[in-house]
Ligand binder design. Sequence first.
Ligand code: PLP
Length: 402
Amino acid sequence: MTRPSALSYLTEQLEAWKKAGTYQRLRELESACEPVSKFDGKEVINLASNNYLGLANHPKLVEAECAAARKYGAGSGAVRTISGTMELHLELERRIAAFKHVEACVVFQSGFAANAGTVAAILTPEDHIISDELNHASIIDGCRLSKAKIHVFRHRDAAHAEERLKALEGVAGHKLLITDGVFSMDGDIGILPELTALAEKYGAIMMVDDAHASGVLGRNGRGTVDHFNLHGRVDVQVGTLSKAVGVLGGYVCGSRDLIEFLYHRARPFLFSTSHPPAVAAACLAAFDILEQEPERIEQLWKNTRFFQDGLHANGLSTGDSQSPITPIMVGEAATAHAFSRSLFDEGVFATGLGYPTVPQGKARIRTIVTSAHSREMLERAIGIITSVAKRMNILASASVPG
Ligand SMILES: *Cc1c(COP(=O)(O)O)cnc(C)c1O
């Protein structure tokens, strides 16, 4: 075979990334996901997971998975609309609907599928989407798939969102106003009360993506609608089962008719196989824990405050974070990746994030503490982050007082 590969342009791109210092090798997790986990043969303080409440390796979830697999098997055998709807899938949907105080719920294979599948299903090219500029990639993909016209508003800027809505007054088509509940890269909280009022004023559908708010904000982790007491006023609530819930999946909550419509039209629901029964069973066990052990959420927020206060006291900037997602801003992507590598060598795993995950020039490491981290682990992590930041001269450029 002497023909040059038709994919050689990809090899060139990879070489360019290696030169720029933005090429990333996948780190290999060799233990369960725990506050101290083993990656690439090394025990490190794990600040890189979304396992907010320590449920990913909780014995009750693991036991539920094993029991469900023994009773129902390893796989569901089909998509939901053919023969892949098991009683556990329906029980989980009823459970989530009751938990969220809504009429109905549909579970998707992932939060990504829930967002992309829902937005694409409920809108057409004649419709309009008014979207926060920092909304998650799965929302953006759903918007593109729907072919509706997209009107972006500046991050958390209600006045700008209103301008966008006003410009559409009298224009035909449905309007969807959409925001993340908690923004995944900055950890700030979406302006849901303001946007909900605007949706009501301008007759728009209100949708929130609570991927990082599920299990984190609101009573027992019910999310931002509960946190802001907006029950009955948000049409479409997306949540994830992959983060604080500790397993895998995404869900949409809303009216019975919205859910029935998605059963008929959401493409990931129609064309991709449903969860293994073990996944649904573990999620059910996780909701038991959310309802019975709210102290996990209290501990998560205590740990968050302790960790962020410690970083601030040492002169580090955590951007606009209002949640356990704590970015440490460094500027350039190559610096973020180098910072992350040095932290790892010292025993802390925190992800380096650069373009295109975050905008150019706003690279950072992102840390997420969980309820399962001990004080001692957090103190050690703060110490290591500070000393590496000092050594790399990140402290000076990143700390903008006030
Ligand atoms: C992680 C995330 C998703 C996707 O959820 P998965 O269940 O991991 O697919 C969607 N939206 C936001 C804001 C997220 O952070």
